[in-house]
Design a protein around this ligand. Structure first.
Ligand SMILES: Cc1ncc(COP(=O)(O)O)c(C=O)c1O
Length: 404
C-alpha cells in the first residue's frame, strides 16, 4: 500500500479523537457534556423542511443539477449578498453553488493557488484552511494577533506580504475566536489591500448571521467597493440554517475565476444536491434572522454565563468580549491547573492543550477542543450552543477543574 504524500501529511482530527474517547465514556455510563459542536442543535426552518419533503415527492428529475448551481438559486444568493452588504456585483461577479462551504473553499483555492504561492492566514484560524492550501502545495504564511485579543495584527500583515503573496483568507466572524472584526480594522485592511491589487482575498462569511450583539459585521469591500474586483465571498447554509448535513455552500467572485472554479467542480463533484437546491430556491433568505433569534438569545446568554463564571473565580483577565459564531477560546496558560501541571522541561512540547483537554474530559466528562489545530498553543475552544442550564453546569465543571 502506498499512500500519497499529499494524504500522508493530513493528520487525524484531534476533535474526532476526543469525540471517540468521549463516546467510550458514554458507553461506560458516564455523563458527557460535549462542547465541541460547530453546528446548531436545532432543526432548520419549518418552511424549508416542508419544501424539502414536497420537492422530494413531486420532483420529475433526480438527474445531475447544473454544475454551478441552479440559475434561480444563484440569483437569490447574489441578491441576498447585494442587499445585506450594500454592494452591486451583478455585472462583475458570478456565483457558484457547491457541496458545502468546505467544497467551495477547496475549489476556489485549487483554482487560484499554484505550488509555492504564498497564502496568508490569520491565526487562530479554522482548522481546514491549512489542509486546503497544503493540497495545492501553497506556502502558508501566518499572521498573529496584535494587542487586542484575537484581532489580527495589520502591521505584521504588511510585513509578511511579499511578491509571492497570492491570497489572504479572512474569516469574520471567526471560528475559533467567536469575534467579528471591527469597522476600523476593516477600513485599515482596505487601505493595505488597495496597495496590492494582485492579491486575492477569500472572505469566509459563513457565520455572518450569527452575530448576537445586535449589530452586523462589516467588510473591507464595503468601505472601498473597488476591492470587490479581488474578492471572493464564501457563504453557506450549514451554520445559519442549521443544516450541516445537507451540504450546500456558495460563493461569488469575479466572473473569469468562477468559470474556472465551475470547470474544476464539474470534474470533481458535479453540481450540488438537486433536491436541496430546489427547496432552498423557495426559502426567503431574509427570514434567516427571525429563524435564528432564539439561538442568538442562547448564545448571548451563554456568553454572559461564561463571563460571570470566570469573574466569580477571579479569572476576569482571560475574558474577552465575544459577539458572534458559537465559540470562546479559553486561555489555558492563565489557569492555576496549567501553572501547576504544565511540562516545564526543555522538551519541544510547548503545546499541552491536548493533554489538558483529555484530562479534563476523563475527570469531568466535559469535552472541549484543544487549540493546536487552530494554529495557537495552549488554548481550548468552547462551543456555546448547549441550552443555558446545561451549559452553566459544564462551564462550572471546566473552571472548577482548571482552578483546583
Ligand atoms: C469558518 C468556517 N468556514 C467554512 C466552514 C464549512 O462549512 P460547511 O462545509 O458545512 O458549509 C466551517 C465549518 O465548520 C467553518 O467553521
Amino acid at each position: 500500500m502506498s499512500i500519497s504524500k499529499r494524504a500522508q501529511i493530513i493528520p487525524e482530527s484531534i476533535t474526532l479523537k476526543l469525540n471517540t474517547l468521549a463516546g467510550k465514556l458514554k458507553d461506560e455510563g458516564r455523563e458527557v457534556f460535549n462542547l465541541t459542536a460547530g453546528q446548531l442543535p436545532c432543526f432548520p426552518p419549518d418552511a424549508f423542511i416542508e419544501d424539502l419533503y414536497k420537492v422530494a415527492k413531486e420532483t420529475k428529475s433526480f438527474q445531475y443539477s447544473p454544475v454551478k448551481g441552479t440559475e434561480e438559486l444563484r440569483k437569490n444568493f447574489t441578491n441576498y449578498l447585494e442587499q445585506t452588504r450594500g454592494i452591486n456585483i451583478k455585472d462583475t461577479h458570478d456565483s457558484l453553488v457547491g457541496n458545502g462551504g468546505k467544497a467551495v473553499l477547496t475549489n476556489i483555492i485549487s483554482s487560484i493557488v499554484d505550488p509555492g504561492d504564498e497564502v496568508i492566514l490569520f491565526a487562530p484560524y479554522w482548522i481546514s484552511y491549512p489542509h486546503m492550501v497544503g493540497l495545492c502545495e501553497g506556502t502558508l504564511v501566518m499572521v498573529g494577533t496584535g494587542r487586542q485579543k484575537f484581532v489580527p495584527d495589520l502591521k505584521q500583515l504588511e510585513e509578511k506580504i511579499t511578491k509571492k503573496t497570492k491570497v489572504i483568507i479572512l474569516n469574520s466572524p471567526s471560528n475559533p475566536s467567536g469575534i467579528y472584526l471591527s469597522d476600523e480594522w476593516m477600513r485599515e485592511f482596505a487601505v493595505i489591500l488597495k496597495k496590492h491589487p494582485n492579491i486575492l482575498v477569500i472572505s469566509d462569511e459563513i457565520y455572518y448571521e450569527l452575530a448576537y450583539d445586535g449589530k452586523k459585521p462589516k467588510y473591507y469591500y464595503q468601505f472601498d467597493k473597488s476591492l470587490l474586483a479581488q474578492t471572493f465571498i464564501v457563504h453557506g447554509i450549514s451554520k445559519s440554517l442549521a443544516c450541516t448535513g445537507l451540504r450546500i455552500g456558495w460563493c461569488v467572485g469575479p466572473k473569469e475565476y468562477i468559470n474556472a472554479i465551475g470547470r474544476l467542480q464539474g470534474h470533481i463533484a458535479s453540481g450540488a444536491n438537486s433536491l436541496t437546491q430546489e427547496a432552498l430556491k423557495n426559502y426567503n433568505l431574509f427570514n434567516t434572522e427571525n429563524f435564528l433569534r432564539p439561538m442568538l438569545d442562547t448564545l448571548r446568554e451563554n456568553a454572559g454565563i461564561l463571563k460571570s463564571e470566570l469573574h466569580k473565580r477571579n479569572l476576569g483577565n482571560i475574558w474577552y468580549e465575544i459577539n458572534s459564531a458559537f465559540y470562546f477560546m479559553l486561555n489555558l496558560k492563565e489557569l492555576p491547573y496549567f501553572k501547576k501541571n504544565s511540562c516545564s522541561c526543555s522538551c519541544s512540547n510547548t503545546d499541552q492543550s491536548f493533554e489538558m483537554c483529555k484530562k479534563l474530559m476523563e475527570e469531568t466528562g466535559v469535552v472541549i477542543v484543544p487549540s493546536s489545530d487552530f494554529g495557537i498553543d495552549n488554548h481550548a475552544r468552547i462551543s456555546m450552543v448547549l441550552p443555558a442550564a446545561k451549559f452553566q453546569i459544564a462551564v462550572a465543571k471546566i473552571l472548577d477543574f482548571f482552578t483546583r
